[in-house]
Design a binder for this molecule. Structure first.
Ligand code: CA
Length: 226
């Protein structure tokens, strides 16, 4: 049975979620603060976490950051308030898989959960190491090295690198990268891809101005070379 952890302090919302998720056949746990969320994740790791960002004590972004230190295998759907645009962006940068803005409809939320569960990255526990040039990445442990030295990659950069590596040799458009790494419903534009790729390039390339791996294909997008 697929286990879902709901982290939200608003009982009106948790009641509705518990009822709906339960009726859909999920195993549902509900906690109301960040500390309890981390504890629940340690003791009975869920497949999906529905995480409110506005929590008492340890806030949602901090919970997300600590959860991602464990690795990318748990899918995270963030709940945000409409006025908190910046939090949404930060959550995605910290490795949230998707978000829903409050107030949301339960049907929409369920559709997003089903989409998360279909996504292979959130389910495959046996993702292989990625090795090219001087770079070695372990997507499960969220560790990356260049020539034996640790690289500081964000959760998004890990996912980006993983996607590029698995599609190495192909020319990928910005839209394709955005759809696959950020998700089809993502509010960001193709420019986001350029910004993240430039950052990733600085980290993994010896000469970011003359990249050997993350190569720009003029008027088309990017290609990844091993
Ligand atoms: Ca809240």
């Amino acid at each position: 049975m697929t286990r879902i952890l709901v982290v939200e302090d608003d009982t009106a919302i948790t009641e509705g979620l518990r009822f709906t998720l339960d009726a859909a056949g999920f195993e549902v746990d509900v906690v109301q603060d960040g500390e309890s969320a981390l504890q629940a994740i340690r003791t009975t790791p869920p497949e999906v976490v529905i995480l409110d960002l506005g929590l008492p004590g340890l806030d949602g972004l901090e919970v997300l950051k600590r959860l991602r230190q464990r690795g990318p295998s748990i899918a995270v759907l963030v709940l945000t308030a409409r006025s908190m645009e910046l939090d949404k962006v930060r959550a995605l940068d910290l490795g949230a898989d998707d978000y829903v803005t409050k107030p949301f409809g339960l049907a929409e939320l369920m559709a997003r959960i089903r989409a998360l569960l279909r996504r292979p990255a959130s389910q495959d526990p046996a993702r292989a190491k990625i090795v090219f040039g001087e770079i070695e990445v372990d997507p499960r442990r969220y560790t990356a090295m260049r020539a034996g030295r640790p690289l500081e990659l964000t959760a998004r950069e890990f996912r980006l690198l993983e996607y590029l590596f698995h599609n190495r040799g192909l020319v990928l458009s910005r839209e394709q990268i955005l759809d696959n790494v950020w998700g089809r419903d993502c509010a960001s534009g193709p420019r986001t891809v350029d910004v993240h790729l430039a950052k990733l390039r600085k980290k993994i390339e010896r000469q970011p101005d003359d990249p050997k791996h993350l190569v720009t294909v003029r008027a088309a997008g990017y290609t990844f070379r091993v």
